[in-house]
Design a protein around this ligand. Structure first.
Ligand SMILES: CC(=O)SCCNC(=O)CCNC(=O)[C@H](O)C(C)(C)COP(=O)(O)OP(=O)(O)OC[C@H]1O[C@@H](n2cnc3c(N)ncnc32)[C@H](O)[C@@H]1OP(=O)(O)O
Ligand SMILES: CC(=O)C(=O)O
Length: 533
């Protein structure tokens, strides 16, 4: 699929990011001040229109964000500070939340107010009239202080289903008080796409005569936040609020990555991000995961590692003829890449695609032999999907292009613990390296760490580039556990140097031996890729 061509009759949709506010309301999501500033800079780089930096009344870190962000020069993004309507019974100018918003110096203040009569009387415990006054006074005060105001109509869809007259009064009050945009919030995330469309149209028609547009803010409790956001856009919403990777309160917010990819590449008639930025979506998604110290979702649409990964033999066969056969768009359009996986579900095409760099893909007999080896090994617990480096070595061995750089003579691993003390792990290895015997001992945090340290100590004199290698991940899984004590252990190790990350696998009934096999492959692969003879 080619990138969409911009035309004059396209409707521009504003993208409003609340990763730094609603995103941090997600369980396990916490960002330092520096993290927030760095994410804000990245959001601006891709062309996001609005960045909600936080809730200045809530905590000193958020208040400081607004002071620090003033020194940053953004290309497109405008910074928004979040707060709620004034408290009951106080005048807006005296309300601590209003003061915090004004002191944030943010050019835009986004304030949340109650739309649902149930929330007004049962949660806030004020009269319906007082809530309308709270909405009016707060917006009018912020406008009088020179701020642009976005009004988040909390529980808009539930509130307008229960009492549409009152819901309408709240949003028209906001519009008349000077709000630039009224954002319809599916706060509990329980609304269906057709209701979102119908209510958005209804609100848009009510606010249009007042010169105010509507936006949409959806939560993902029914796994519909992205679909609901798109549905609202079709019904006339001019702004979509959401977070990068969909982080946020409970099940999260609308994932802006998918919202932007769909609006920018799939749906017709919409323009976002000034027509740029989409090729950086994968990079942005991974940067946010990394900064927030969260695990990536491999199957995340558009930007996940598996979003364009092909495993089934029939799929790979078709992909080699026409990529569109099993891809809805070109991964490069969102900055992602196509991957071919190898496994027991592979056919000759997977092997041919993965061995292309070895220049052996025309050899059908060799392809079949490699495929059989993969299928047999996977039947006994090996797995090559996450161990591309072990597969590469398997191909080198099958094609006669592999000479080991060392041979094991023996290893030993011991763990000792004194009465009250921490256990101490020590490993020793004896290797034959190009005809010379070498024996080394090392301590480590655990058996695998000690074994890795001893192995690399023994090899580093002959192969100094191994000092650059780091073991970055270690996964253990029991396979064919039904065989009781004969259960096998599969170890997957991820290693890295300054340039690459690679995965290796080892399988044995013994966890140390399985780890050894994966460690040896990690080192052999590094030496092969560096061209060490
Ligand atoms: C839908 C959303 O995501 S809205 C954003 C939600 N985000 C957060 O809550 C994170 C940041 N929040 C905070 O740091 C704190 O909750 C604060 C600083 C805002 C308030 O803290 P506290 O004063 O200790 O109040 P607490 O959090 O216990 O309760 C909320 C108070 O705000 C009131 N309130 C809630 N919504 C509104 C509103 N829209 N307008 C005015 N008052 C409101 C409640 O009635 C309650 O006051 P009460 O105890 O006098 O009845
Ligand atoms: C404003 C907001 O975060 C919500 O209603 O979900």
């Amino acid at each position: 699929m080619r990138a969409k061509v911009e035309t004059q009759d396209m409707r521009t949709i504003q993208i409003y990011d609340t990763t730094l506010r609603d995103g941090t309301q997600g369980e396990g999501v916490s960002l330092s001040l520096e993290d927030k500033l760095q994410i804000a800079a990245r959001l601006d780089e891709i062309g996001i229109d609005f960045i909600e930096g936080g809730y200045p009344l809530s905590n000193p870190k958020d208040a400081e964000f607004f002071q620090r962000v003033r020194a940053m020069k953004f290309k497109t993004a405008k910074v928004c500070a979040f707060g709620m309507t004034r408290r009951k019974g106080v005048i807006a100018a005296d309300d601590p939340g209003m003061k915090a918003l004004v002191e944030s110096h943010a050019p835009i203040c986004t304030i949340v107010g109650k739309t649902s009569d149930f929330h007004v009387t049962e949660v806030l415990r004020v009269t319906l009239e007082e809530n309308l006054a709270m909405i009016h006074d707060s917006i009018a005060y912020l406008v009088s202080q020179g701020r642009e105001v976005f009004y988040d109509a909390e529980h808009f869809f539930d509130g307008s289903a229960a009492n549409s007259d009152y819901a309408l009064k709240t949003i028209t009050t906001a519009a008349k008080a000077g709000a630039k945009m009224v954002i319809l919030c599916d706060t509990n995330g329980g609304t269906m796409p057709e209701q979102i469309a119908e209510r958005t149209r209804w609100a848009r028609e009510a606010l249009e005569p007042l010169g105010v547009q509507v936006g949409i803010h959806c939560h993902n409790d029914c796994e519909l936040a992205v679909a609901n956001s798109l549905s609202a856009v079709d019904a006339g919403a001019a702004q979509v609020q959401g977070t990068i990777n969909g982080v946020g309160e409970r099940c999260g917010n609308a994932d802006l990555i998918s919202v932007m990819a769909n609006l920018g590449l799939k749906k017709k008639g919409y323009s976002i991000l000034g027509g740029r930025g989409l090729t950086h979506l994968t990079e942005l998604s991974r940067f946010v995961y990394e900064t927030a110290n969260l695990n990536m979702r491999s199957g995340q649409p558009f930007v996940g590692q598996s979003a364009f990964a092909h495993k089934g033999g029939m799929h790979v066969h078709a992909i080699t003829r026409a990529t569109s056969s099993y891809e809805h768009l070109d991964p490069e359009l969102v900055g992602n890449e196509r991957r071919i996986l190898v496994s027991e579900l592979s056919g000759r095409s997977n092997i041919a695609a993965l061995t292309a760099k070895h220049n052996v893909s025309d050899d059908r007999e060799l392809m079949d032999r490699i495929l059989k080896q993969v299928v047999d090994l996977e039947a006994s617990g090996w797995q090559f999907e996450a161990a591309g480096a072990s597969f590469d070595l398997l191909v080198r061995r099958a094609t006669g292009n592999f000479n080991s750089h060392f041979d094991r003579l023996k290893y030993h691993v011991g763990v000792s613990a004194a009465n009250q003390g921490e256990p101490v792990t020590e490993a020793s290895v004896k290797l034959n390296i190009r005809g010379q015997e070498r024996y080394e001992v090392a301590e480590g945090d655990g058996p695998v760490n000690a074994l890795d340290a001893a192995l690399r100590k023994a090899l580093a004199v002959e192969y100094p580039t191994l000092r650059d290698v780091q073991l970055i991940d270690y996964k253990v899984r029991v396979v064919n556990g039904q065989q009781g004590t004969a259960a096998r252990i599969r170890v997957i190790i991820e290693s890295a140097d300054q340039h690459d990350v690679w995965g290796t696998v080892g399988v044995s009934e013994n966890i140390i031996e399985a780890s050894w096999l994966a460690l040896v492959d990690a080192i052999e692969y590094k030496l092969c890729k560096d061209g060490v003879a």
